[in-house]
Design a protein around this ligand. Structure first.
Ligand code: SF4
Ligand code: SF4
Ligand code: SF4
Length: 243
């Protein structure tokens, strides 16, 4: 039931992507930054950071429009990618983009205004046929990378949004703020490895379960490991426990 509900929500988010695309756009945020303007996408990135503080990376499994594409591509290639290598690529891309964004604001002399609907005057991101090129390029990129690299390959390698969620998650850990995690009753684990196979983020769930908590920021809190576990070892909890 939980997975059906989750997939329904992300499918709706995916269907709405032609409307919401600009609010996740790295291009729109830079277009605003060079004029010193806070755009809708910058506001959404800030909301993602705040959400990371309380809900970790659950945005990735309950809100993000790309989640549906990732799950479809998993049916074609369900191998675990080289997460470490892809994460390095992701943070390199993010570093370049974020530097350009900050430089834009500095060169513009700081924040001069707000324009949440920048380049989205009709409340719809894809409001003319030419914009479908960007729309299909984004979808194509995420789908092809996920099929080519393995489970959530695009999320690990190119996502420019997840660092905001990770930053929120790390702030929460640092300040010891209770936040959503997967915890375990390790005494019940029978080491069947089902959770490892089911995890879309290629996390060694069993190892973490034996420590009592999933501590990595790669966990997107999808709950698949909870649902597949035959011994009810795993569960959601709001906790400030870090290890
Ligand atoms: S990693 Fe990025 S693209 Fe993937 S689900 Fe999370 S926010 Fe969406
Ligand atoms: S550890 Fe569990 S909740 Fe976290 S991403 Fe993997 S399956 Fe989902
Ligand atoms: S599915 Fe449950 S019992 Fe099996 S290894 Fe994972 S936590 Fe342990």
């Amino acid at each position: 039931m939980r997975q059906k509900t989750r997939k329904t929500i992300t499918f709706i988010s995916f269907i709405l992507f032609p409307v919401t695309m600009n609010f996740f756009s790295p291009y729109v945020s830079i277009d605003g930054a060079i004029s010193g303007v806070i755009t809708g996408s910058v506001i959404v990135f800030f909301i993602m950071f705040l959400s990371g503080i309380i809900f970790g990376r659950s945005w990735c499994s309950y809100v993000c429009p790309m989640a549906t594409l990732s799950e479809i591509s998993e049916n074609i290639n369900s191998k675990n990618p080289n997460v470490k290598k892809l994460t390095t690529i992701r943070y390199t891309i993010f570093g370049v983009w974020f530097s350009v964004l900050v430089s834009g604001f500095i060169l513009a002399g700081g924040i001069n205004g707000f324009d949440p609907l920048r380049l989205t005057k009709n409340f719809v991101s894809v409001d003319m046929p030419i914009k479908y090129i960007t729309y299909y390029l984004v979808l194509g990129l995420f789908f092809i990378l996920s099929v080519a690299l393995g489970k959530r390959g695009a999320c690990h390698s190119v996502c420019w949004m997840s660092p905001f969620l990770v930053a929120g998650f790390e702030v929460s850990k640092l300040l010891k703020i209770p936040h959503l995690r997967i915890t375990s009753d390790k005494s019940k684990c029978i080491s069947c490895h089902r959770c490892d196979k089911e995890c879309p983020m290629s996390i060694e769930v069993e190892k973490s379960a034996l420590r009592g908590i999933i501590s990595t920021s790669n966990c997107i809190l999808c709950g698949k490991c909870i649902d597949v576990c035959p011994k009810n070892v795993l569960g959601y909890a709001f906790t400030k426990k870090t290890k």
